[in-house]
Every structure is written in C-alpha cells, then in structure tokens.
Design a protein around this ligand. Structure first.
Ligand code: MF3
Ligand code: CO
Ligand code: CO
Length: 271
C-alpha cells in the first residue's frame, strides 16, 4: 500500500489516472493472475515453524520461474521480494529468518510480481495453526470489508464510494480502519493515481471510468487505527499493540464493470 503523501508529484498519485487500453488490460490480467497463484501456493505452504524468510524465498523462486520480477525488491530500498506482516504488524513487515510463525499467529503476505511490464498486487492474511475466535473474526471480516469496497464500485460513481463502504462496514463491527496507508493506481507503475482511501465520504475522489486500474487493500485493526513505523523504516505496527489484518486485490474498470485481476483459484466472493 501507499504511504499517504502531502505534496503533489508529476506522474504520482495526484495526477490524473491513466486509462488502459484492451491490450494493457490483458497484461494486467496476466500479472494479476500470477500474483494470485503466488498466494494460492503460499496458502498451502504456511505452517507452524516456517519463517517469514522461508515465505520470501518461495515467492522469489516462483516469481522467477514465471519469468517475472518482484516489484518490492529494491523499491525505495525495500530489501525483500514480499511483505510479511504478523499479528500487530499492519503492513510492510520485512521477511527475516528470525521470525518463526507460531500457532495462533495471523500473517499477511503481500506480493507484487511485474510481468511483461505490468504489476499485479495482492495480499491475504493467513491463519497459522489454531487461531483465537477473535482473530479469526478479524481476518474474515477484513476480507469481507475488501469485498464491500469492491461491490461499492459503480460505473457512475467515485473512488470515495469504496472507502465509505469499507469504513461503515468495519466500524459497525467495532473495528477501526487504518488511515496512514491507502490503495493506489497500478499499471506499469507500482503506485500511482488514483489514491483509494479505505474510509471517508462517498461521492468524493475521482470519477470511476473504464480503463482505470487500482488496488483496494484495507487494513483493519481490533483497536485504534493509529500506526507507528519501526526503526527499520518500513514495518508499520498498531500503536496500541492490537491485531491488524489486511486483504488486497488489484482491479481494472472494464466497460463491463469492475474486474478483479487477482482472484484466487478457489476464491468465491462473499457477496
Ligand atoms: N505491495 C504493497 C502495496 O500493496 C507495497 C509494498 S512496497 C514495499 O502497495 F516496498 F514494501 F514492498
Ligand atoms: Co498495493
Ligand atoms: Co500489496
């Protein structure tokens, strides 16, 4: 996800969204499909005792085998192929051999392969071993929050409709929505316009138009929404130490409506 920035930059998230043609949409489909297959594989691989470094190595190998490259590696100095965010880590956790997964953990794995020049960006939060009912509910409701956002997209609507739907859904359940990180436009560029807020008012933001491509990636906390960044300059944690979950899909607005490019092989949308 994208760190909220204060100043406008050319070609950045405050410029007009680029609209993709049919060939470019097809390339987004292929990159998105690869991101989904990387996560389908991780889903089977996750188990008690593996390290987040093990996950990173697996992503690295499968990405290379697919003829793609990992966008996170070297992105603003990020050192690994994917982000692995455990428990109170909100996002941008750095894989490391010292982080072993234990029963009861929840871990978000966020991948972004670049295939034929286009990015597919997706993340899921996985359960490790036996997870508490509270954590299970947070994970499943965060997944539902993502789909609430997707279902709020209207060809005549605005990007603000997405965040509003997510915020209303999450807050009714007593959760909070992280504010410091957003979804983002994505194409040949990893993070570009439009910014997709996961909270706010409907009818605000950019008008939805065919050819737009962006991510939706809500981070939902059990406690307060505020985050801190650790000394490594990347790892975002909940300030109050409570659990946080996240799911992310890359979408393109086609003339027929929103198309989710990063659908899992067995993924059945909840609504
Ligand atoms: N994949 C993340 C996103 O959803 C971005 C990670 S940037 C990195 O936008 F450098 F931390 F990898
Ligand atoms: Co993203
Ligand atoms: Co991502």
């Amino acid at each position: 996800m994208k760190r909220k920035k204060k100043r406008a930059r050319r070609g950045g998230r405050d410029s007009r969204p680029v609209l993709l043609n049919d060939d470019e949409i097809q390339a987004m489909r292929e990159a998105g499909h690869l991101a989904a297959s990387l996560l389908d594989d991780v889903k089977n691989y996750i188990s008690v005792g593996i390290t987040t470094e093990d996950i990173d190595r697996r992503i690295a190998k499968n990405t290379e085998d697919a003829g793609a490259i990992s966008a996170p590696l070297g992105y603003r100095g990020f050192p690994k192929h994917c982000c692995t965010s455990v428990n109170d880590v909100v996002c941008h956790g750095i894989p490391t051999p010292s982080k072993e997964l234990k029963s009861g953990d929840i871990v978000n794995v966020d991948v972004t392969p670049i295939l034929k020049g286009f990015h597919g960006d997706s993340s899921r939060t996985f359960e490790v071993g036996d997870v508490s009912p509270v954590a299970k509910k947070l994970v499943s409701n965060t997944y539902r929050a993502l789909w609430r956002g997707i279902r709020a997209i209207n060809i005549d609507g605005f990007t603000g409709d997405i965040g509003n739907a997510i915020q209303v859904f999450a807050e009714e359940l007593g959760y909070s929505v992280v504010r410091e990180f957003t979804g983002h436009g994505i194409n040949r560029i990893f993070h570009t316009s439009p910014t997709i807020f996961h909270y706010g008012a409907s009818g605000k933001g950019e008008a939805i138009s065919p050819g737009m491509s962006f991510t939706i990636e809500p981070m939902i906390n059990l406690g307060h929404w505020k985050t801190d960044i650790l000394e490594d300059g990347w790892t975002a944690v909940t300030r109050d130490g409570t659990l946080s979950a996240q799911f992310e899909h890359t979408l393109v607005i086609t003339p027929a409506g929103p198309e989710v490019m990063t659908l899992g092989a067995d993924e059945v949308p909840p609504f």
